[in-house]
Design a protein around this ligand. Structure first.
Ligand code: ADP
Length: 162
């Protein structure tokens, strides 16, 4: 069966165990998953796109069919360029839904060949967000249950700087 290509877009500022859980599950469903580090003009990021890309790469040990790229254009175009028919999104709570629903319909309008597939968060990551991880790190809290071990020091070095 040709399971084909899916793309998983987000800010990943930084990647969390919640994101990684979605990546693992998507990687089992598709031949190839491309994680796309997007530039979101509505968000102020702590890490630049290349730093975010590298932190994701470091977190992917043991997952072979996933690549990571940065992109600052339209996701619908990116999907077309890479022959991807599926956009993966993780859903934490109802609060994610309205925005994601709007994005899914917009992407469908821009690229009718693309389907958005929502994966429900695993319950242990339901409350987890990049912004929460950053707040904890800034206050010198323990982030080890929230982010991949390979990137702990990258996050602490950046966010606990004076
Ligand atoms: P955030 O909303 O935390 O800034 P991103 O923009 O990086 O995250 O999110 C990329 C994708 O990952 C989105 O589809 C988002 O809903 C999903 N996601 C984020 N955190 C989780 C989590 N803890 N569990 C499942 N999906 C998540």
């Amino acid at each position: 069966m040709n399971k084909s290509i899916a793309i998983y877009p987000g800010s990943f500022d930084p990647i969390t165990l919640g994101h990684l859980d979605i990546i693992r599950r998507a990687s089992a469903m598709f031949d190839k998953v491309i994680v796309v580090v997007m530039t979101n003009m509505a968000k102020t990021c702590s890490f630049n796109p290349e730093e975010r890309r590298q932190m994701i790469c470091k977190s992917l040990a043991g997952i072979d069919n996933v690549t990571v790229e940065c992109y600052d254009g339209l996701l619908a175009e990116y999907a077309k360029m890479h022959g991807a028919r599926v956009i993966i999104k993780g859903l934490r709570a109802m609060s994610d839904f309205e925005y994601e629903f709007q994005m899914a319909l917009t992407n469908k309008k821009l690229n009718p060949d693309v389907e958005t597939l929502f994966l429900t968060t695993s319950p242990q990551y339901m409350y987890l967000s990049s912004s929460m991880v950053k707040q904890i790190a800034q206050l010198h809290g323990d982030i080890s249950d929230f982010v991949p071990a390979a990137i702990h020091s990258d996050i602490l070095n950046r966010l606990t700087q004076k």
